[in-house]
Design a protein around this ligand. Structure first.
Ligand SMILES: Nc1ncnc2c1ncn2[C@@H]1O[C@H](COP(=O)(O)OP(=O)(O)OP(=O)(O)O)[C@@H](O)[C@H]1O
Ligand SMILES: [Mg+2]
Length: 327
């Protein structure tokens, strides 16, 4: 496998009325062809900002973006003109946005939206676009492609809507998919179906995926590798096995405790989650962002600069002084 997406020293900040606020500082993130990488972190961690920065969809200003490297399939994305970036989106890299309703146009049928995209980005003629649209509808597991093509967004269930969005994202052959919390507003049972569809498409089409979620359990089931994003920084990364079974950052361990289990019941884990959020400090101090709520941090952390990622073992990296010292 070779590198599909490469990010090095990506920094994003925002100019706000209260001053400049750093939102993202990613030292390194590489996703290989055909790989599925899960990015996990609580609300405000910077997951969507990272996705939008990759697609160069952040408005500058207020965003201020800089990177040592940002490339797709070896092609530099930073230096591309707005026109070249528009041509790339949908054809080479696609995104399922966090808010599903904003991705569908309420006044056009599913068929019209799909064929429009296929004609505009894929350059197909009308007849070929209809055939391709129907093929995509079947691929995402929706029944009766012809009837589905005639429907409007409001006539679809949440799960059907999300499948149409996946079809739109992949209709023009994009080989890299960013899925930003694709099942956030869906019932658990519907969620499972949509996730299965993404997994099947990944297998059948060989698509590389950057899968964003706030649930480590979900990401472990869907991905090969995982990155834990906290306050704009990746604080632990490695294979699912390394990160989940040998979780080394105290924050990763708190995320693992927040995964709903049958024994704990959903409510129990929700309150645990809320508790961990309430202790969150957004202060952008020099020290480790987890310092204020870490139960394991000690003298080794106090007054020190933010820890950098360091190799623990294999492909397992952690940005924590205590974990690095006790490895
Ligand atoms: N346009 C903007 N102007 C100022 N700050 C912004 C802007 N967009 C995002 N931010 C800030 O960047 C940080 C990261 O936001 P982001 O939307 O990436 O979080 P997230 O991890 O996707 O959260 P969620 O799980 O809620 O979607 C937040 O503190 C947010 O307030
Ligand atoms: Mg988000």
């Amino acid at each position: 496998m070779d590198d599909h997406l490469r990010i090095r020293d990506l920094n994003v900040g925002f100019r706000t009325y209260e001053g400049f606020r750093q939102a993202l500082e990613v030292e390194e993130l590489t996703i290989q062809h055909g790989e599925s990488y899960g990015l996990v972190g609580e609300s405000g961690a910077g997951k969507s900002v990272l996705a939008l920065a990759v697609l160069r969809l952040l408005r500058t200003p207020p965003a201020v973006v800089s990177a040592g490297e940002l490339s797709l399939d070896g092609e530099d994305l930073l230096g591309k003109s707005a026109r070249r970036m528009r041509a790339l989106r949908g054809r080479d890299i696609s995104m399922i946005f966090q808010d599903p309703m904003s991705s569908l146009n309420p006044v056009f049928t599913v068929g019209k939206q799909l064929t429009n995209v296929i004609r505009r980005i894929g350059g197909e003629n009308h007849r070929a676009a209809i055939v391709r649209a129907q093929e995509m509808i079947r691929l995402v597991g929706l029944p009766d492609a012809e009837t589905m093509m005639a429907k409007y967004a409001h006539q679809l269930s949440g799960g059907q809507r999300q499948r149409v969005i996946i079809a739109l994202a992949l209709a023009c052959g994009a080989q890299f998919l960013i899925a930003d919390e694709p099942t956030r507003n869906l019932d658990v049972t519907v969620q499972a179906g949509v996730l299965k569809t993404i997994a099947a498409l990944r297998r059948d089409l060989g698509v590389s995926v950057l899968f964003i979620a706030n649930n480590l359990g979900l990401v472990s089931a869907m991905c090969d590798r995982v990155g834990i994003l906290m306050d704009g920084r990746i604080v632990e990364t490695g294979t699912v096995e390394e990160v989940v079974f040998s979780a080394s950052h105290p924050y990763t361990r708190s995320l693992l405790r927040a995964i709903p289990t049958k024994a704990a019941g959903h409510e129990g884990s929700e309150s645990q989650w809320a508790q961990s959020l309430s202790r969150f400090t957004t202060e952008n101090g020099a020290h480790c962002s987890y310092f204020a709520r870490c139960t394991e941090g000690g003298e080794v952390c106090a007054g020190q600069a933010k820890p950098q990622l360091s190799l623990l073992d294999g492909t397992h990296y952690v940005a924590c002084r205590v974990a690095a010292a006790t490895r």
